[in-house]
Write a protein that binds this ligand. Structure first.
Ligand code: ZN
Length: 123
């Protein structure tokens, strides 16, 4: 799923984040649409959005952000992606990626997470 950012022509600091596509845009409440006219700005993958934005987007299908375009910081930095933001620690190995076998005499790759130490919180 992809997101799209729109910038208001009335106020360049006014940004709107919603799902990509005309349908998502048409589904916005008229009060939001009337904050425009909106000009298309950047877009990207929803999964990369910072958690708060993703949460609001999931809840109400749009996010209104008031910030200068240079301060617009929508995505989780690449290094933080995956383990911290998108995945839950593996409950079987507690993030170690290894589990004990033979009563702790040996360990093996955790079968639940294939040794990654985390599992996807959502499929
Ligand atoms: Zn595991």
């Amino acid at each position: 799923m992809r997101y799209k950012v729109w910038r208001s022509n009335k106020d360049k600091s006014l940004h709107l984040l919603c799902r990509e596509g005309a349908e998502a845009f048409e589904a916005l409440p008229s009060v939001v649409r009337n904050m425009g006219p909106w000009t298309g700005s950047r877009d990207g993958v929803v999964d990369r959005l910072r958690l708060p934005y993703r949460a609001i987007l999931g809840e109400q299908a749009f996010v209104v952000i008031y910030a200068h375009v240079s301060k617009l910081d929508l995505e989780t930095p690449a290094g933080m992606r995956g383990i911290v933001a998108e995945n839950a620690q593996c409950p079987q190995c507690q993030g170690a990626g290894r589990v004990a076998m033979y009563h702790g005499l040996r360990d093996k790759e955790c079968p639940r997470c294939s040794g990654r130490g985390w599992i996807r919180s959502k499929p």
